[in-house]
Design a protein. Structure first.
Lengths: 283, 286
């Protein structure tokens, strides 16, 4: 306990700051409420609004469509999860291939480069049509026929090339001195990659990887062209019944509801692990 | 202008702008119903050439609407219905003269050389702006098609189809019929176009496709190897109909419609459908 009190001048300053904080809080609140009221009143009183609400935001219709759309979304989620694992494996393998050193690995480097060039350039929809309708048309023995499998294969092929480039950027962003230090400590090339380069590389590319993951989640719906019912196709089928677009809105909300928690979770994990800022701690 | 007043102006503009988004209602276009149906005896008909009934259709004339690419033989559904209409109007079969009219030109705007054209033309309000239609002589029905050797190739009833993997074009009545009439155990496969469904059938990703019967005839004849129509689904509340095409404003239209209505009422249309569609490879499924 001490008898120390801030000086009168300091107390005055603190009080002033408090008043200022309260004042800006009140102003921000009032202006927000005003704008909100203006928007609600403005939009709500337009002559077209009842029709907009009826066509896009019909709660009853949305509730009715929800089970079907959610069932479609379950397909999106399954496809996404299986593909994501394969994509990370293939993408990382391609990135490692492409960053191998030594003359003997030249063919592998060329292959990885050619692969990423081709599949990053090909439109995903084209690859889906090519694999989903084209390969089963060959009627080859022993090849699967299911649309989901070939659609998933198309997703994996295309996204692996994106993810490979993200991983490569991460690997190449690790300073050469790190490798040099590891090698001079007696670590082999493989050990250097495993214990020094990759851990740093993966941390750095976490945000762009998440980007690709979210994008995959949405593009997983493209395999609907092969005749399977995902969330968007389910919403389309619902909409075709009565030309009410609420099922589309429902599907959109479900997709958004899926991505937002994922983003927050990744951010939280990354911050907790101290991934951002290269482990230097808060500065 | 301060930031605050700028905000106010912006908000006002936004509200005004939204108010401009009033719904655009198109005024209901009145449909003209031909009323004068009294002068329908043969000598009073407004014909292109007196005494002959000039009928157009495309060449080749496809099965089962015609038979053997010869519309004059009275075989095939459309040929038979045309001769039945001609008879109702008082013509002898020999007085019916056929001419070749391309499908697309049949319902293009402008004067016509034919009295009427019969070519599986669906009645639509858009086409009605350019030509007249008789009342429909054929209600389009849904059918199930497959290829020989598929597991439903020998299906005889709707129950036989329940275990099959079936597809249809998204947003069509075919898809609705697939879902609601057949009620398959496996999830129906929706495709963006009929062509993609045909591809999937060829790939054996599907056991069968639900399409309207006219398209089914085309697919099994032209697009599929060993294509087979399993049968027609029970008719629902169908809106699509085939009608005879007549010149816009033709005085003949009410008479032809009257004849078609009479043929429908006395069961001739049903009888001809059974004879030329059901018996020619599109049996009824129940």
């Amino acid at each position: 306990m001490s008898d120390w009190q801030p000086s009168e001048l300091q107390q005055e300053r603190l009080a002033y700051r408090r008043r200022q904080t309260v004042r800006s809080g009140v102003i921000a609140g009032v202006s927000s409420v005003l704008v909100l009221a203006l928007v609600v009143f403005g939009v709500g009183s337009t002559p077209g609004w009842p029709r907009v609400r009826q066509t896009f935001f019909d709660f009853h219709r949305g509730w009715q469509a929800l089970p079907v759309v959610a069932q479609g979304l379950w397909l999106n989620i399954r496809v996404m999860l299986v593909c994501a694992v394969l994509i990370v494996v293939f993408g990382l393998a391609l990135a490692i291939m492409r960053t191998l050193r030594g003359a003997i690995f030249f063919p592998l480097r060329v292959f990885a480069a050619a692969y990423t060039d081709v599949f990053r350039g090909l439109p995903l929809l084209l690859v889906i049509f090519l694999l989903g309708f084209g390969v089963p048309a060959l009627q080859l023995r022993g090849l699967p026929n299911q649309a989901v499998i070939w659609g998933g294969a198309a997703l994996v092929l295309t996204y692996s090339s994106y993810v490979a480039e993200v991983f490569r950027a991460g690997i190449e962003s690790v300073h050469p001195s790190q490798r040099a230090a590891a090698r001079s400590l007696g670590l082999s090339y493989r050990q250097t990659l495993r214990f020094v380069v990759l851990p740093q590389a993966v941390r750095r590319v976490m945000p762009p990887l998440l980007n690709d993951f979210v994008s995959l989640q949405k593009d997983s719906g493209l395999i609907a062209v092969l005749g399977v019912i995902d969330a968007i196709r389910a919403a389309q089928l619902e909409t075709a019944e009565d030309f009410n677009f609420t099922p589309y809105v429902v599907a959109g909300l479900l997709f958004v509801a899926l991505t937002i928690p994922l983003t927050r979770l990744t951010d939280w994990v990354a911050r907790r692990q101290g991934w951002y800022g290269g482990g230097g701690g808060p500065v | 202008m301060t930031a605050r007043s700028a905000l106010a102006v912006l908000a006002t503009l936004a509200v005004v702008g939204l108010a401009a988004c009033a719904p655009a209602d198109n005024a209901g276009s009145g449909t003209t119903t031909p009323s004068s149906a009294d002068a329908c005896s043969k000598d009073k008909l407004a014909l292109k050439t007196a005494g002959t009934f000039a009928v157009g259709t495309d060449k080749p004339a496809y099965e089962p609407w015609f038979s053997g690419d010869d519309p004059t033989n009275g075989k095939g559904y459309e040929s038979a219905v045309t001769y039945a209409v001609a008879k109702k109007l008082g013509f002898e079969p020999a007085e019916v003269k056929w001419q070749t009219v391309q499908f697309n030109t049949a319902f293009a705007p402008g004067p016509k050389k034919f009295d009427l054209d019969v070519n599986q033309v669906s009645i639509s309000e858009d086409r009605r702006k350019a030509v007249d239609f008789s009342t429909g002589y054929y209600d389009v029905r849904q059918s199930v098609i497959t290829t020989a050797g598929s597991k439903i190739a020998n299906a005889k009833s709707i129950a036989d189809l329940a275990g099959a993997k079936l597809g249809a074009q998204v947003g069509t009545t075919s898809y609705t019929a697939l879902r609601d009439v057949i009620k398959p155990k496996q999830q129906p496969a929706p495709y963006d176009t009929n062509d993609l469904a045909v591809q999937a059938l060829k790939n054996r990703q599907l056991d069968g496709i639900v399409v309207d019967l006219p398209t089914g005839f085309y697919m099994t004849a032209a697009q599929l190897d060993n294509g087979k129509i399993i049968g027609q689904l029970p008719g629902g509340s169908q809106t699509e109909q085939f009608g005879f095409v007549l010149e816009k404003g033709s005085k003949l239209t009410p008479c032809v419609s009257q004849a078609v209505d009479a043929l429908r009422a006395d069961g001739t249309l049903t009888k001809l459908q059974e004879q030329f569609l059901t018996a020619e490879g599109a049996p009824e499924l129940s």
